[in-house]
Design a protein. Structure first.
Lengths: 331, 331
């Protein structure tokens, strides 16, 4: 199956009536570059490099789409979209320090390039500039949504550290971690778009619910892909989570199906080859298929939820396309 | 000279007409304890420990005093005071990771106790909860002030890392670092108090200027104390900044006065005994006296600025007392 890229999704959104979206995303990029630039004698190259290295810009896209075609408050909308991406980047920079990851999207991570000290400070800078950007033009509800999400992010990070190397973690606890680590920022992105567009509270909450479900599915599929590979598509070894001690749904489900697998001590898996073998074994139990199916079910429910919302036609189509792109992701 | 404690200053403030201040500070403490508690399955002991270990609570005090006796918006005021302290604590937790510091206020640092991973996440959590707390009840201008200050904090941290081990750094650049790292959060504390009390913009700006000057003097004296000791008073060796490669005003001034001292490579100072000897030598040049005198001059100017402000009498006396406590600090 061909991999659907962020560009493909964007083209589809344009064809579905979102002709203004690429231009807005371009403005978000410009704003991000500006926000990550150094000021006076303070150099901030690592911050700029992180942002420039890009990514799918999934969260800014959700901010823009949730606001619909009501772009009268464009500077506020751009700020909200940029702020969400800055927070996402900040967490990546800190995560890479925590995980000791050498590469991110094929380029050396901030800490690998500049040391742990600079990376922690760079993450803090991105984090602070996100709030500064948003407060400079934004509404208090949007700042509230973002800060609620960042609190959840940090809690999710703590939960992940506390649960590391513990394969007996429950599905519920795993799902809570995904919600805190990923879903809440997706939720905030959608809420913020709605808040900037001054939608009614119920509508903002419903859009937030859509984002939250999408984020949860996104994380589940991320965890599936880490086990499923293949490396040729993802650009990294299978089973990096196993080597980190991060216990995800495929492993949890596989342990319930294969008592021999359940008896394996995670700490004995220390090489990419051992991780690869473990991934094969997890796949053999059908746990990957079930994990993916759970994620797709969540996406389907999120899409059904959209049907009940009083959205513009083009907006509904665009949000559906983003949901499809999450469901289709393979890398 | 007897050391003046935070309690002494508070008693003086009460006698000067600020009878409501200790009770408000008590509410801030309660709020801080609540904000740092774990939520559900997410444990957050390190965050709570950090806050419980205390400190002078200088920044929350400034928030309360800047608001004067207009405490009608008490929940907002408590939130603002708690938020500033959470940010301060977050930076301490991250700083300790960056500096590899084992002890803080006599207790093991978060990272020394729980590892670097948990410490970075704990700092992020404190940081996020600060904004969440403030946005839950606060005004947008207050959130703006706080986020501007946290951006400055991170920039100051980056600047410090960039200038580490470079003794040729200029006085201007050193002062900029102090401003970014310390003065801006003091400024934000005063602004936020004024914002919560709905003071006029000029008055808020003037209070902010007072806080900024106070913060600058605070950092200068902090750096003086690191060189001056004595260990019996400060509870740590003299010259920890030298061992960290952090170049401060006493060293900068001493280098200009003693070419022999200027020729010393900082990286050759690796033991507490060598640091102690270097501190003696810096002191011998008169650089400590001059550094302290610069700080006291800044405090005096800040106090003169207060005279021109239309403040309540008790409020003016209280802010003067805080300024005196900064000038008097010896540890």
């Amino acid at each position: 199956m061909a991999v659907r890229s962020a560009e493909d999704t964007l083209s589809e959104i344009v064809r579905a009536g979102g002709a203004h979206v690429p231009q807005l995303l371009g403005l978000v990029e410009e704003r991000l570059a500006l926000l990550c630039a150094g000021h006076g004698p303070v150099l901030a190259e690592p911050a700029g490099d992180t942002i420039a290295a890009g990514g799918k810009r999934m969260r800014p896209l959700l901010v823009l789409l949730a606001a619909g075609s009501r772009t009268a408050r464009e500077p506020e909308l751009i700020a909200a979209a940029a702020a969400v991406e800055l927070i996402h980047s900040a967490t990546l920079v800190h995560d890479d320090v925590l995980d000791g990851a050498q590469l991110r999207r094929g380029v050396p991570t901030v800490w690998a390039q500049s040391g742990r000290e600079l990376a922690v400070a760079t993450g803090d800078l991105l984090f602070s500039r996100a709030f500064y950007e948003l407060t400079a033009v934004g509404s208090l509800p949007a700042v509230r949504s973002l800060s609620r999400a960042t609190s959840a992010l940090a809690e999710g990070e703590l939960l992940q550290r506390q649960d590391a190397w513990n394969p007996a973690v429950s599905v519920e606890r795993y799902l809570l971690r995904c919600e805190l680590k990923t879903a809440r920022l997706f939720e905030a992105a959608c809420e913020m778009g709605g808040q900037v567009a001054r939608l009614r509270d119920e509508q903002i909450a419903a859009l937030g619910g859509f984002g939250r479900a999408l984020g949860l599915a996104f994380q589940l599929l991320d965890d599936v892909i880490d086990v499923a590979g293949p490396a040729s598509l993802t650009g990294k070894h299978r089973g990096t989570d196993l080597l980190d001690g991060t216990v995800t749904l495929p492993l949890i489900l596989a342990r319930a199906r294969d008592t021999g697998l359940a008896a394996i001590d995670l700490r004995t898996i220390t090489t990419p080859e051992q991780a690869e073998a473990m991934c094969e074994r997890i796949e053999g139990t059908g746990a990957l298929r079930e994990s993916r199916s759970r994620a797709l079910q969540i996406v389907a429910e999120a899409k059904r939820g959209l049907d009940e919302l009083p959205l513009e036609d083009a907006q509904r189509r665009a949000l559906n396309l983003v949901a499809d792109s999450v469901a289709d992701r393979r890398a």
